[in-house]
Design a protein around this ligand. Structure first.
Ligand SMILES: Cc1cc2nc3c(=O)[nH]c(=O)nc-3n(C[C@H](O)[C@H](O)[C@H](O)COP(=O)(O)OP(=O)(O)OC[C@H]3O[C@@H](n4cnc5c(N)ncnc54)[C@H](O)[C@@H]3O)c2cc1C
Length: 371
């Protein structure tokens, strides 16, 4: 069988790996020119029953343990005036229930576990027609099963559903402080080993320590209209001026939190967030399916990568279990995926509502403290 996977993100690679473990060859078409062409972003916490389960099914538990950081689970939750509401420090011998892993390390682990040539870099999928995949450049390629693992703005998705992502009501600006222990030791101590989280009314500031000594700072703006970046006066093409404007937007917040914005260097990256409807389904097709964000783009509250990995692993198992009947394998995979991810998407939507609420900090603290 000719299995074509579009997208070498975590989900597409997990699928290719599980198929490989079961002796099935697949080809992954990725639009990026090489594995290092684009920064992969920050840390992910992988949950035992989903993301980590996928890596177990992929035979990569040992490799995962080598790159996982238990201390990355540490968390400090504050209000904008600097009041500490909740703190979690992970004991050195704590089980790796939700360890943090650098997204780039995880992608490398998956890429290195595949036979050379599995990923065809520089292949930007454009359309599928008559059993052939067409790319922006180069010759068409045949497929019997096409798997869209091409993320939020999937071009495979329209083959199955007319659903499109819609604005979540949240905008995020990403900043970075490289080598923070050396350049800003006092801020490094404040952030700690994991996550430093300040929640205000309609605004948040989250700092996250990465494995390479960089701290990523995510500024969240909630209850925003779709065109908010056009009106917020943040000049993204002038990072110094953008930082000054962001500092203004955090006027009244404790100076220690605002210092994280001032200490950042490099680009100021805007992200407008969108989601697909929770519980999206489609009538099963014999030769096309979706996984990960292409299938169920959710609010970014820590589930998307876990679900993408598990989708990939479970689709791989389904295909390995029905090698002579791809449509049956796809339908079985989709039934489980729709139930599981629909429920998770609804939970994410609720968590997103809490984060967007005026008293988000107190509500999140109560949640962490079991209230
Ligand atoms: C700010 C932020 C923070 C997040 N934090 C977390 C977290 O802590 N934990 C968590 O679980 N999730 C988190 N997520 C969600 C997570 O990033 C995604 O759910 C996950 O990456 C989805 O994986 P995927 O494989 O489906 O898609 P992606 O990772 O988006 O990969 C898609 C791949 O397809 C390629 N591609 C796209 N179009 C084409 C094309 N036409 N042709 C060929 N290739 C193509 C892309 O280049 C990419 O390599 C976060 C998301 C955001 C925005």
């Amino acid at each position: 069988m000719t299995i074509a996977i579009v997208g070498a993100g975590l989900g597409g690679l997990a699928l290719a790996r599980v198929l490989h473990v079961h002796g099935i060859t697949a080809v992954v078409y990725e639009r990026e020119a090489s594995r290092g062409a684009r920064g992969q972003g920050g840390m992910l916490d992988l949950h035992t029953e989903t993301g980590q389960r996928a890596l177990r099914l992929a035979g990569l538990t040992e490799g995962f343990r080598a790159i996982a950081r238990g201390a990355g689970q540490d968390m400090r939750l504050l209000e904008p005036d600097g009041t500490l509401l909740h703190q979690e420090d992970t004991p050195d011998d704590a089980p790796l229930a939700r360890p943090e892993v650098d997204r780039a390390d995880l992608r490398d682990l998956l890429l290195d576990s595949l036979p050379a040539g599995t990923v065809r870099w520089g292949h930007a999928f454009e359309r599928a027609e008559g059993g052939l995949l067409h790319f922006a450049d180069g010759p068409a390629a045949p497929y019997e099963l096409l798997v869209g693992a091409d993320g939020a703005n999937s071009l495979v998705r329209p083959l199955l559903t007319a659903a499109r992502p819609s604005h979540l009501g949240q905008h995020v600006v990403e900043l970075g402080i490289p080598d923070i222990d050396r350049t800003h030791p006092e801020l490094a101590a404040m952030v700690g080993r994991g996550n430093y989280w300040v929640l205000g009314d309609g605004q948040s500031l989250a700092a996250q320590r990465n494995g390479d000594g960089r701290v990523r700072v995510y500024l969240g703006f909630y209850r925003t209209p779709e065109d908010w970046f056009a009106t917020a006066g943040i000049p993204f093409d002038d990072p110094a001026a953008a930082r000054r404007r962001l500092t203004e937007l955090y006027a009244g917040w404790h100076e220690r939190s605002v210092a994280l914005i001032e200490a950042s260097t490099g680009p100021v990256v805007p992200r407008a967030l969108a989601t697909l409807p929770a519980g999206l389904t489609w009538p099963s097709a014999p030769d096309v399916t979706l996984l990960g964000d292409a299938a169920h783009l959710m609010p970014p509250v820590g589930q998307g990568a876990n679900m993408a990995l598990l989708d990939g692993a479970l689709l791989g198992l389904a295909l390995a279990g029905h090698p002579a009947d791809l449509p049956a394998a796809v339908a079985a995979y989709e039934r489980e995926m729709f139930d599981r991810t629909g429920e998770v998407a609804r939970q994410c939507a609720k968590a997103q509502q809490v984060l967007a609420a005026p008293d988000a900090a107190r509500r999140m603290a109560a949640f962490f403290q079991g209230g």
